[in-house]
Design a protein around this ligand. Structure first.
Ligand code: ARG
Ligand code: GLU
Length: 716
């Protein structure tokens, strides 16, 4: 099976290699693209990008935390990523007195670098096609359950085997092309990663949610960390004795600047795309899923903003939460717009009709109808599942109640209840630091009202129906729940946890609390009425997609339909290449590809929170005290856009020029192009990057931290 797929892919690529910049390519197979890359300007070879025999660019790229990318920029383990990727770390070290979010933070020496619980980075050691090994024991004709079992057992055996090769190794086996291919990814994970620097939010988050997903952009979205290792350069948990990690490879930084048309290459960890889905899947997203989720989040955002504007404390408490909720909310709006503009549903329907005709009586006969039927069956369950996650799971007090409840463990044999005091204390501290009751309560009322309105009666859980009936409205229900729940009052919770005589009794009390009950009853409903259906149908869909995916490849090759194939993103390392280019967002409007400090000054407004810059920046601008960090017009460059195909997870990814040097830091896309997770439009899909010269300018002129620049290798 592996051979067939590889051969199909190779023939397709040979036929259509000179197409637009769409694609997220596997680094270990980059030799298949290198000719195209070189034709477009790249000067290095495939082995420079990915090699298991010598240090290559991949050794300077890390998966940062749970879903960002970072890159090494000095021989001393200095790492660059986005401000929004380091946001929760910066926030955790902040308080009203020491507000690093507001004022920025710069370690002036190694001692001042701040350790971070729970933050790790992973280097890719190697990746390899392991399809044959993973499917060993599976024969055509066996059931899907048998296949799943074989994949699971073979993956586990392989992972257990490879992680013995060294210290700090972890591995995953990932399905590509819906399980037509399997790849092993072996990582080395470092857990001592310290905060080195971050500009004030008025620079790092300049433009805030107003400018998020937008061009022209002027956000200095970067923060810096340092990886620490034991004295042998191996991963080790945090210790004072750890020393800066010595990377196999780090990026040189180019200060030569960028021009429209220049080759750009992004190396990073894109999270999730669905380029090959059926029209019906797209229709659901466009007409149902996205619009409902957008509406639910509008309600929450309005409530948060209202209280945030009334208090500085609440503004800090909810800054990260607000940004999280707003981010996908805005992305979905662009996605819907883009899918409509591209007429993706219609285009896919036409493709499917032609495919179906071609497929008659062959291996792929009926697969189109099968997928369509499964989507129809899935729809009401999918809708309920999305509502569950956007309403019930958005109630903070309920999430907290269930995680606190989970610190009690029952021994299955003896029935004895134990309690993890340390964990409970940590949870309490972390939760109340950033929780504001009026916001949560108002969200509860608003979201439960929507749940009532939009979830059909036969899909509602009994508990919900009873509560609404009992209280008469979601508002009154909210009033009662937040009045009665012990979790509404930090002091009460702390007293309760301290005064426990019997853990079994306490556990029972918490279980009876209305907030825990709310979470538990809904979770039960989800687990019994919704999840089994979504999971079964999705599994059948996966199976059908496995055929359809292969079918699309065979069809396009044999019928000479021009289409590029690359595996959907799945948070594994990818290469995306393109070039610097402006775009036309609307009639008679053209956006140039780079922005400068002049634009920051045009937006500057002390009255508007998102556009209020530090006085220092105004002074520098007035004096034109720019140092070496200017472009050909004498201004400081800030951001640029290019045609690289990226998605969430690519945040913090290095942007590399034709010589393999760092010119920027990816952090966003233009919102008109966010449908690129489903369909890529070369006319309008643009990724947004921070110009590395702005990073250097801020470190030098605003932070006065040139000891960091001294560590780097600058080239011009
Ligand atoms: N849109 C970017 C991404 O998807 C940046 C998000 C953080 N910034 C913000 N203002 N919410 O992650
Ligand atoms: N900001 C996104 C991230 O966190 C990147 C933007 C996108 O392309 O989705 O990965």
């Amino acid at each position: 099976m592996k051979k067939t797929l590889t051969i199909i892919l190779l023939t397709i690529m040979a036929g259509f290699s000179a197409r637009a910049d769409e694609g997220m390519w596997l680094p270990s197979l980059i030799a298949q693209r290198i000719a195209d890359m070189q034709e477009k300007g790249f000067k290095l070879d495939a082995e420079d990008i990915y090699s298991i025999n010598q240090a290559s660019l991949k050794d300077a790229v890390v998966l940062f935390g749970r879903g960002c990318t970072g890159e090494l920029i000095s021989p001393e383990g200095l790492l660059l990523t986005n401000h929004h990727c380091g946001y929760s770390q910066i926030q955790q070290h902040s308080s009203v007195e020491n507000d690093y979010l507001r004022d920025g933070f710069w370690a002036m020496n190694r001692e001042e670098e701040l350790p971070n619980k729970g933050l790790s980075v992973s280097f890719l050691e190697r990746m390899e096609d392991v399809t044959d090994r993973i499917l060993k024991g599976y024969e055509p004709g066996m059931s899907e359950d048998e296949r799943v079992a074989a994949v699971k057992a073979n993956s586990k055996a392989l992972i257990d085997e490879v992680i013995k090769e060294g210290k700090g190794l972890r591995a995953t086996v990932e399905a590509l092309y819906y399980g037509n291919q399997y790849f092993l990814f072996l990582y080395r994970q470092y857990d001592d990663v310290r905060l080195v620097g971050a500009p004030p939010s008025s620079i790092g988050k300049f433009g805030g949610d107003t400018d998020n997903w937008m061009w022209p952009r002027h956000t200095g979205d970067f923060s810096m960390f340092r990886i620490y290792a034991d004295k042998d350069n191996n991963p080790a948990p945090y210790s004072k004795d750890n020393v800066p990690y010595k990377p196999k490879k780090y990026f040189r930084i180019s200060t030569a600047g960028v021009q429209e048309g220049d080759f750009t290459f992004i190396y990073g960890f894109p999270g999730r795309t669905r380029e090959y889905i059926h029209s019906e899947g797209v229709r659901y997203i466009e007409e149902i899923g996205d619009p409902h989720k957008i509406h639910l989040r509008t309600l929450r955002l309005d409530i948060m903003s209202k209280y945030q504007s009334q208090s500085q404390k609440v503004r800090i408490q909810y800054s990260s939460k607000h940004a999280d909720v707003a981010n996908a909310w805005k992305k979905w709006q662009g996605e819907v717009k883009g899918i409509r503009k591209m007429k993706t549903v219609q285009t896919k329907q036409e493709f499917e009709a032609a495919f179906d005709k071609w497929a008659t009586d062959g291996e792929f006969d009926g697969v189109i109808a099968k997928i369509y039927g499964l989507y129809k069956e899935l729809e009401p369950y999918q809708f309920a599942a999305e509502y569950y996650s956007e309403t019930v799971r958005a109630i903070e007090i309920a999430n907290f109640a269930s995680s606190l409840y989970a610190t009690y463990k029952v021994n299955k044999e003896t029935g004895e209840v134990t309690f993890d005091q340390k964990k409970a204390a940590d949870l309490v501290e972390a939760f109340y630091k950033d929780w504001y009751l009026p916001i949560d309560k108002e969200c509860f009322a608003a979201l439960m009202t929507e749940f009532d309105k939009n979830i059909p009666a036969e899909f509602k859980c009994e508990y919900f129906t009873k509560q609404i009936k009992k209280y008469g409205s979601a508002e009154k229900w909210a009033e009662a729940l937040f009045n009665k729940s012990i979790f509404a009052d930090q002091a009460k919770v702390e007293k309760f946890l301290k005064a426990q005589k019997s853990f079994a009794k306490s556990r029972k009390t918490l279980l009876d609390d209305p907030a825990t009950e709310f979470a538990a009853e809904f979770a039960k409903w989800y687990a019994s009425d919704i999840y089994p259906a979504t999971s079964r149908i999705n599994q059948e869909l996966q199976l059908a997609y496995r055929d359809y995916m292969r079918g699309q490849m065979v069809y396009c090759r044999t019928q000479r339909v021009p289409k590029v194939f690359y595996p959907d993103a799945n948070l594994t390392l990818r290469v995306a290449y393109g070039h610097i280019k402006g775009y036309q967002p609307a009639d008679a409007t053209y956006y140039l590809p780079s922005s400068t400090i002049k634009g920051i000054m045009e937006k500057d407004n002390p009255e508007i929170f998102d556009y209020n810059i530090p006085q220092r920046l105004r002074d520098i601008y007035a004096e034109k005290d720019y140092g070496n960090w200017t472009d050909s017009t004498g201004e400081v460059p800030v951001c640029f856009i290019a045609t690289n195909h990226t998605t969430g997870g690519n945040s913090g990814s290095p942007v590399i020029n034709a010589d393999g040097d760092l010119i920027g830091l990816n952090f966003d896309r233009v919102w008109e192009g966010t449908m690129s997770d489903i369909v890529f439009d070369p006319e309008i899909c643009r990724n947004i990057s921070l110009d590395v010269r702005y990073v250097l300018f801020i470190i030098d002129k605003v932070a006065d931290a040139d000891h960091l620049i001294a560590e780097m290798t600058l080239v011009n």
